[in-house]
Design a protein around this ligand. Structure first.
Ligand SMILES: [Zn+2]
Length: 348
């Protein structure tokens, strides 16, 4: 992970790089973030940067042997610790003292596909979603063992601890000893959601770095489109186009499709369309920045914003609101959506 690949907190990227280049980076960093805010990505990028063979002034090179291994999360000096529990996939002896190493393949798969993962996504990925994760003393002993080895090839041994507040007291005390007398060439990167739950003595040993929550636009980039959005957009787009063309016949397939969606999805589609029209109206009024357009909707929203009459919107919003209440009160869905499509066409 390079800094340039991280979404959000741009100022922090530059300041971390300055800290490294100015030799002001401590041996332990405590990142704090809102759940899913990208601090894990920052920890990875920082670890990659300090170990890069040819670091640039803003980022790791991305192509040296160290960067190559970091990209795949297979660098021998990169270690992960995260809360675990006795998942079903473990052997009987492993269940007695579960540690992160037993879950590493699933963890790495998650981290590679979505470095903005939340606590719950982590538990789902490693198969312990119905249990509460913990970092226990066996884990703390394992950390000792790993860090007592010399760095295999990197400049720094990096230990990324996700949710250190999940350590029990025994584990926390062991980690505290490590932070007090860190093995040479060790960099601890802690990623916390609740730093106030850490031992104050641990907190005071770490350099605190708080991440700003992602903006709505950044969050959408991180999460990508919801599964139904493409389908919903296509229906909405077809209805608006049929309205502009005054072609009622083009509406038939749309209302039939909507009538068959099922109530939950029908409701979602109405809300999606309200939001789509709200964005179109904002763009039509020159308030593009507030419209917060995704890449996928940008072209069609701009096109409609240029063509739709201003009087359309209020009538369309009223029709959509009435459709939402009809969905809630068991009116025949074909009638409901036939009526909605007609009203949208007439309002154009
Ligand atoms: Zn490199």
């Amino acid at each position: 992970m390079r800094f340039s690949e991280i979404i959000g907190n741009d100022a922090l990227k530059a300041s971390l790089v300055r800290m490294v280049r100015g030799n002001r980076l401590g041996h332990a960093i405590l990142f704090t973030e809102e759940n899913g805010g990208g601090a894990f990505a920052f920890a990875l990028a920082l670890a990659q940067y300090v170990n890069c063979r040819e670091p640039g002034e803003e980022d790791a090179c991305g192509v040296c042997s160290s960067c190559h291994k970091y990209r795949k999360l297979i660098h021998p000096d990169l270690h992960f610790v995260f809360p675990v529990s006795s998942g079903n996939a473990l052997s009987e002896s492993e269940k007695k003292a579960p540690i992160s190493d037993y879950f590493l393949p699933a963890f790495k798969e998650l981290a590679l596909s979505n470095p903005y993962f939340t606590e719950q996504q982590l538990y789902e990925a490693i198969g312990i979603e119905n249990k509460s994760g913990l970092i226990n003393v066996h884990e703390a002993r394992r950390i000792y063992e790993k860090l007592s080895l010399r760095a295999a090839e990197g400049l720094w041994k990096t230990m990324i601890v996700f949710l250190p507040e999940k350590m029990n007291l025994e584990a926390a005390n062991k980690l505290l000893k490590l932070l007090e007398e860190p093995p040479q060439g060790t960099l601890f990167l802690l990623v916390s959601h609740n730093p106030e739950r850490l031992l104050p003595t641990i907190r005071s040993r770490c350099q605190p770095i708080g991440l700003q929550p992602l903006t709505r636009a950044e969050r959408r980039l991180v999460e990508g489109e919801r599964p139904d959005d493409a389908e919903f957009r296509e229906i909405t787009r077809s209805i608006l186009q049929a309205g502009l063309d005054k072609r009622i016949i083009d509406l038939f397939p749309q209302w039939e499709m909507l009538a068959e969606l099922g109530r939950e999805k029908q409701r979602d589609w109405c809300l999606y369309t309200e939001n789509y029209l709200r964005k179109t109206l904002l763009v039509a009024r020159g308030l593009d920045r507030l419209a917060d357009l995704s890449q996928q909707e940008e072209a069609s929203v701009r096109d409609f914003a240029a063509k739709i009459r201003p009087t359309f919107y209020e009538r369309a919003f009223t029709a959509l609101e009435e459709t939402l209440s009809a969905i809630g009160s068991n009116v025949n869905p074909k009638l409901t959506f036939c009526d909605l499509c007609n009203r949208m066409l007439l309002a154009m």
